[in-house]
Design a protein around this ligand. Structure first.
Ligand code: NAD
Length: 370
């Protein structure tokens, strides 16, 4: 039996606690099967934390996040807290976690599960079997670069500006995440920028190329302009294995790639920090969907993105690839049996709520592990 692993669970708001409940059942199941014992703690975050503690994320919660081996995050936000000042918005919790834990690499897989191939707006023969990973740099670039602002020029006209900026170290550390992931997958990395029109893009390309040649000669590295990448993602997405790119291009391309799969309630994500001298790496896992206030409390939310986020956590933080694969297989099999939450209904499928979907995953796990 593996040693205890410290897991901090932050369910958050809206459907967050509902879908997280189903993950807790998977964790309990793993515990019962004595595959692994987790040292689980749970805390408020976002609106729930504003209500309970008067702040989107309390200092002791941040400390617990730093101490944890991995964080499983639900989602935050909702109309109840929309009118609060910027510093008190539930989303501040995510920003603080990213900043204080220096979570710089955002991993967004886009996977099309066979039973859901018709959920995509693209043709099935283009999308079937898709399994790509986008690594987005998430703490630098134009969203944070200085100088930024709006100024009045000598002629009285105003000018708004932001700065795209990346250092060698910032590019190398996110590119390393891409190279390492590629090694565990199909060994292909595509680095994306606008080297044709941006100095920082050219610098990005040269830095990634030099790193590849020096440390990852075994990985097939290619380079692509961001506009072409957007086109290629729609034309032939299966050509990609791992894509690594800057904050702004990753923002756009990962949303595009997510929507290739056609189902928001299915998509997990991870955000990783640097590997520390102790070998530990901060990591936060969360579904890409928000708190879905329109369906919160109705018991209809799809728990699969949250469950698949937990599978990612097992794979990337705890090296438990087999257990992660078991959970993913259970999800695919349940979908294959025709059970669907409302958001992913298709022809000849049966509609179930959050709890029944969770129960069905547990039953399938029992079967697979028997
Ligand atoms: P959303 O992702 O919450 O919802 C978009 C649509 O998808 C809604 O119709 C919702 O019902 C549906 N949906 C989302 N997840 C689903 C699931 N698991 N099962 C079934 N249907 C699902 O995005 P939004 O409506 O733009 O935002 C709602 C709130 O969530 C806002 O306060 C926003 O700020 C917040 N938000 C938080 C995060 C986060 O915590 N990381 C991310 C995005 C949005």
């Amino acid at each position: 039996m593996a040693a205890n692993k410290k897991l901090l669970i932050l369910p958050g708001d809206g459907i967050g606690p509902e879908v997280m409940r189903e993950v807790r059942r998977v964790i309990d199941w793993m515990d019962r099967r004595r595959m692994v014992t987790f040292d689980v703690s749970e805390d408020f975050v976002g609106g729930a934390s504003i209500d309970a503690k008067g702040t989107p994320i309390a200092d002791n919660t941040l400390q617990a996040a730093k101490d944890a081996d991995a964080i499983l995050f639900g989602s935050v936000g909702g109309p109840k807290w929309d009118k609060l000042g910027f510093d008190m918005r539930p989303e501040i919790a995510i920003l603080r976690l990213r900043k204080e834990l220096d979570l710089f690499a955002n991993l967004r897989p886009a996977i099309v599960f066979d039973p859901l191939v018709d959920a995509s707006t693209l043709k099935a023969d283009v999308i079937k079997g898709l399994d790509l990973m986008i690594v987005r740099e998430s703490t630098g670039g134009i969203y944070f670069g200085e100088p930024r602002g709006v100024e009045t020029m000598a002629n009285g006209e105003k000018r708004g500006f932001d700065t795209e900026t990346y250092t060698t170290g910032e590019i190398q550390r996110v590119a390393r995440v891409g190279f390492e992931l590629a090694r565990k997958r199909q060994n292909k990395l595509c680095s994306v920028e606008k080297a044709n029109v941006m100095q920082s893009g050219l610098f990005w390309r040269q830095t990634v190329a030099a790193l590849g040649a020096a440390e990852y000669p075994d990985v097939a590295l290619s380079h692509m302009y961001a506009d072409n990448c957007a086109m290629q993602l729609v034309r032939n997405p299966r050509q990609f294995d791992v894509i690594v790119t800057s904050n702004i291009f990753g923002d756009l391309l990962s949303d595009l790639a997510s929507m290739l799969t056609g189902s928001l309630g299915m998509l997990p994500s991870a955000t990783l920090g640097a590997i520390q001298p102790s070998g530990k790496r901060h990591a936060l896992y969360e579904p890409i969907h928000g708190s879905a206030p329109d369906i919160a409390g109705k018991g209809v939310a799809n728990p699969l993105a949250q469950i698949l986020s937990f599978a990612m956590l097992l794979r990337y933080s705890f090296g438990m690839d087999e257990d992660a694969a078991l959970i993913e297989k259970a999800c695919v099999n349940v979908l294959g049996s025709g059970l669907r939450t409302a958001d992913i209904m298709g022809p000849a499928t049966a509609r179930v709520g959050t709890g029944v979907m969770g129960e069905s995953i547990l039953r399938e796990l029992e079967k697979l592990a028997a």
